[in-house]
Write a protein that binds this ligand. Structure first.
Ligand code: S3P
Length: 169
């Protein structure tokens, strides 16, 4: 089995959906940000503050490559599509789910977040531009897009499972 990837903008619920999908499919879940934090022994915020975003993106690209052989669900950071090489890696995978929602829904979840460096240093309008700029990148890196606005976790999971040839509870 190849990995199942979950991509999408910050706050869209990649981690929540990934964990739930892992439970249903009895598959391990690897969160790329947590993987990076363990390897670097620092939080994502500390990496951005101390080493800069480009360093984080280098580590992120390496982590994406490291994980392509895992039989697991891989939840990526929202910026994984920033690099062309990462989008190429994602395009070579069979199952890349793009979770999306309206920017206002995402902003409601992100506003006041003290852990996400890009939320801390950007205004709402800058984040909206980032979201709009990234949308086509998520589309080009993914095979299936799932709208999550006004849907429960269970509804999103059901939709996801329809694309997977598996028996899940
Ligand atoms: C980022 C998203 C974050 C994390 C880092 C950068 C981004 O992950 O990787 O703060 O560029 O969108 P989440 O999408 O899990 O918040």
């Amino acid at each position: 089995m190849k990995p199942i990837y979950i991509i999408g903008f910050m706050g869209v619920g990649k981690t929540t959906i990934g964990k739930e999908l892992g439970d249903r499919l009895h598959l391990p879940v690897i969160d790329m940000d947590s993987y990076i934090e363990e390897r670097e022994k620092k939080s994502i915020k500390e990496i951005f503050d101390q080493d800069g975003e480009q360093y984080f993106r280098d580590i992120e690209a390496g982590a994406l490559l490291d994980l392509t052989k895992q039989e697991a669900i891989i939840t990526t950071g929202g910026g994984v599509v920033e690099r062309k090489e990462n989008r190429e890696v994602l395009r070579q995978q069979d199952l890349v789910f793009h979770l999306t929602a309206s920017f206002e829904t995402l902003w409601d979840r992100l506003e006041g977040d003290g852990d996400r460096p890009l939320v801390l240093k950007n205004s709402k309008e800058n984040l909206r531009s980032l979201f709009n700029r990234r949308l086509p990148l998520y589309e080009s890196g993914s095979s299936i897009t799932i709208q999550t606005d006004h849907k429960t976790t269970d509804e999103v999971i059901k939709e996801l499972l329809q694309h997977l040839d598996v028996d899940a509870v």
